[in-house]
Design a protein around this ligand. Structure first.
Ligand code: ZN
Length: 73
């Protein structure tokens, strides 16, 4: 089962930061994307609120975040 309920809200003021709702508790988390980490990135973050692991997938194209998903790890 692939969870697609996370979303990216990319602010024009902070192009490198992504905000997403934690798939466990729904609290918004913010993460600064690492544009030097490759075009396709996959890593796990701990939610700032509930500390559950969140699997992040990030795709970067021409210096912009093209695709971003956050799922239960
Ligand atoms: Zn959470």
């Amino acid at each position: 089962m692939f969870w697609h309920w996370a979303y990216a809200m990319i602010s024009p003021m902070h192009e490198d930061a992504v905000s997403f709702a934690c798939p466990h508790c729904g609290i918004e988390n913010t993460h600064a994307a690492d544009f030097t980490g490759g075009k396709r990135q996959k890593f796990v973050l701990d939610c700032e609120n509930c500390c559950h692991p969140i699997l992040i997938r990030l795709e970067i194209r021409e210096g912009e975040i093209e695709n971003f998903t956050a799922e239960k790890e």
